[in-house]
Design a protein around this ligand. Structure first.
Ligand code: ATP
Ligand code: LTN
Length: 329
């Protein structure tokens, strides 16, 4: 029997945060032990908004290295860059003949991103078609995504079903995989919001590459609540509860056990303990990151990943071209 296939993509934009780490990267690391996983740095998706070319190139390498530094193992999974495998752009075009403008323009992410712009590129509208191509090329069964990507995955499923009905069974219809651990890390400056890598307030997030003193000062400035007790109570004490969540995730403890570490401790000392827990988590990731970036290792891993991805996706692409009536030689 074929192993369950998993596909997920990460955009090379913003600074990967502690939120991304606990909400996504750690799940990827677990999944690689049980399934045939493909993880992709989706640089073509980033092009749907204006990018500085040098910055995009640097971010693509940075995100790939951070995925590896977080524990993805090239011996266990396939990591590659989307633009290194031309089949993604090709299938995306072919699926442009299957997807409808109506369904694309109903996507909430499209509406959000389009509303404040003077001009809207066709790529922003077509973004979910490229995402469908990513997933369908690998016949992925499971797609780990955050809740905000559910609608896009639904569109991928609709496109797959429509194609299968029109041309015969071709694509596996993928299922979303939304992690069970519901821990959401919130913004340090405003616990009503989630910690987000594209925030314009650097104090609101902890980036995986933040040096220890930056982590300490961001946490020292994090909002707390009135009162002086370190207690988990997201309604009454959202700031302190968020810091307790972060501490518990970094120390591998339950929130209850985390609370027990701070009887009668004031906010300032509590924040220092959280900073230490965060720095203990980031230290090995940053060390591995430096190693990957300073040797030729990253390049070799991405080249190997790109080769495997190209091999696996070629079969699907050839099948689609044949079924749609393209002439082969
Ligand atoms: P953006 O602000 O650009 O939307 P983001 O930081 O929200 O970026 P995404 O690229 O949307 O990140 O999400 C990547 C993955 O990280 C998703 O699986 C998402 O669920 C997870 N994730 C992002 N932020 C958090 C968070 N604060 N807590 C837990 N998981 C998170
Ligand atoms: N749209 C996703 C990134 C993404 C993706 C994918 C996720 C692109 N292709 C395929 C899962 C599967 C995002 O913005 N987080």
């Amino acid at each position: 029997m074929r192993m369950t296939r998993v596909f997920s993509g990460v955009q090379p934009s913003g600074n990967l945060t502690l939120g991304n780490y606990v909400g996504a990267l750690r799940q990827f690391v677990e999944l690689q032990h049980e399934h045939d996983c493909f993880f992709c740095v989706v640089d073509l998706h980033a092009l749907t908004l204006p990018q500085d070319p040098e910055q995009l190139r640097a971010k693509t390498a940075e995100v790939a290295a951070l995925l590896l530094a977080s524990g993805l193992d090239p011996a266990k999974m396939t990591l590659f860059v989307q633009s290194h495998v031309p089949a993604h752009a090709e299938l995306s075009w072919l699926l442009n003949g299957i997807a409808y403008v109506g369904e694309l323009s109903r996507m909430t992410q499209y509406k959000d991103k389009a509303k404040d712009r003077k001009t809207v590129t066709a790529g922003l509208l077509n973004y979910p078609i490229l995402m469908a191509a990513d997933i369908l090329l690998y016949q992925a069964d499971l797609v780990p995504i955050g809740a905000d990507q559910k609608q896009h995955l639904e569109l991928s499923r609709d496109v797959a079903i429509r194609f299968n009905n029109r041309f015969g069974d071709t694509f596996v219809v993928p299922e979303p995989y939304i992690p069970k651990v519901g821990a959401r890390v919130r913004a340090l400056t405003d616990p009503a919001k989630k910690m987000s890598k594209s925030s314009e307030v650097p104090d609101s997030y902890i980036a995986l590459l933040d040096p220890p003193d930056v982590v300490r000062s961001k946490l020292a400035r994090a909002v707390t609540d009135s009162g002086r007790e370190v207690r988990y109570d997201p309604k009454e004490k959202p700031g302190v509860s968020n810091l307790l969540t972060i501490y518990s995730l970094c120390r591998g403890k339950t929130v209850k056990a985390a609370e027990g570490d701070f009887p009668g401790v004031g906010y300032a000392a509590f924040k220092e303990a959280v900073a230490e827990a965060v720095n203990d988590t980031l230290r090995p990731i940053q060390a591995r990151y430096e190693e990957l970036m300073s040797t030729g290792e990253l390049r070799d891993i991405l080249a190997g990943g790109g080769r495997r991805a190209a091999e696996v996706s070629a079969a699907t692409l050839a099948d689609v071209k044949r079924k749609m009536g393209l002439l082969a030689l």
